[in-house]
Design a protein around this ligand. Structure first.
Ligand SMILES: C[S@@+](CC[C@H](N)C(=O)[O-])C[C@H]1O[C@@H](n2cnc3c(N)ncnc32)[C@H](O)[C@@H]1O
Length: 315
């Protein structure tokens, strides 16, 4: 006969992970935070120091661990971002350090980074620039997935730069090719002056939410405003970035810019009307919402008359 292990009930110094997770999930669900079960599991796994997938096999929580989980669940119910509680955010194959003062990288941006990686393949020793780099998510993903690339990350915020430098150092210590960090305003007309006509792939996830838009509490209270809001129409950073990209890119070089889901016409139109780009394409994210626009610097390096045409990537 098989004897099942007996687990003591809560209040006796040990609590089964399943019981702790169930209670935590109820608290999060009541606060309207979610997916409650997933987040409860992630925080319980964090407290126990195990991967989420090993939670069912983990030891019971002792009183100190249970108290720690209760504290974290309370803060999450108060809308502190999950990634600030654990101090890490997953992005493609990376685990980045995050916290107050820096924008938490979002899953939808993984698509733009992946597009950049694909564009860099086949170009010998490509020069890749990540504007508005934040944690360095895009730059570091490219550096990891394109080991032959020279990658430059540009950021203005001192607080974000501290996280960016920390992540860059962590990844270099882990063996990835080091990236170069530049402190600069991406809207400056002379941005990266020594790279004019030399950049192969330029990627940018700028602040793009129109200032009047009401954002969720996690974003309003914990993402820096300068990382989120892009002026009255949301295009205040994108406009100068597109113009400067036309100077920085080599003929045939490419650019990808993430944008607000309401800008599926406005951003392609900015590329088309500049006259120095071709192959302007709008891309959806995994939920089907318009998410980023891409374009290629005209191979002849010349201007065209402003053109109206762009396409939508429906693949
Ligand atoms: C939406 S966050 C993107 C961060 C990161 N690239 C990512 O995808 O997670 C935008 C970033 O741009 C930075 N930023 C905003 N305006 C800037 C400017 N004019 N020059 C340089 N960086 C700027 C913010 O500090 C923030 O880190």
């Amino acid at each position: 006969m098989t004897t099942l292990p007996q687990h003591p009930p809560e209040g006796t110094g040990r609590t089964r992970p399943s019981a702790a997770v169930a209670r935590a999930a109820r608290t999060l669900a009541a606060a309207g935070v979610g997916p409650a079960r997933v987040e409860a599991e992630l925080l319980a796994a964090y407290v126990l120091g195990v991967p989420r997938g090993r939670l069912a096999l983990a030891d019971d929580l002792n009183d100190a661990q249970l108290a720690r989980l209760d504290e974290l669940i309370g803060r999450r119910a108060g809308r502190e971002p999950l990634q600030h509680l654990t101090g890490r955010a997953g992005f493609r194959h990376l685990e980045l350090a995050v916290g107050p003062g820096v924008f938490v990288p979002r899953p939808e941006t993984e698509l733009l980074a992946g597009w950049g990686v694909e564009q860099g393949r086949g170009r010998p020793g490509p020069l890749v620039v990540d504007l508005c780099s934040g944690t360095g998510a895009i730059a570091l993903a490219v550096a990891q997935e394109l080991p032959g690339a020279r990658v430059i990350a540009v950021e203005r915020s001192p607080a974000a730069l501290a996280w960016l430098r920390r992540n860059a150092a962590e990844r270099a210590a882990a063996g990835d090719r080091p990236i170069e960090v530049v402190e600069a305003d991406v809207t400056a007309p002379d941005l990266l002056a020594d790279l004019v006509g030399r950049v192969d792939v330029l990627l940018c996830n700028p602040p793009y939410v129109p200032v009047e838009v009401v954002v969720p509490p996690e974003v309003a209270a914990h993402d820096p405003a300068e990382a989120v809001f892009g002026g009255a129409d949301g295009l205040a950073v994108i406009r100068p970035v597109i113009s400067r990209a036309a100077a920085l890119l080599r003929p045939g070089g490419v650019i990808g810019v993430e944008h607000d889901e309401t800008h599926d016409v406005a951003v392609p139109a900015l590329f088309a009307s500049d006259g120095r780009f071709e192959a302007v394409t709008e891309h959806p994210d995994l939920t089907g919402r318009p998410r980023y626009a891409t374009a290629s610097r005209r191979a002849d390096g010349q201007h065209t008359a402003p053109g109206p045409a762009w396409q939508t990537d429906s693949s």
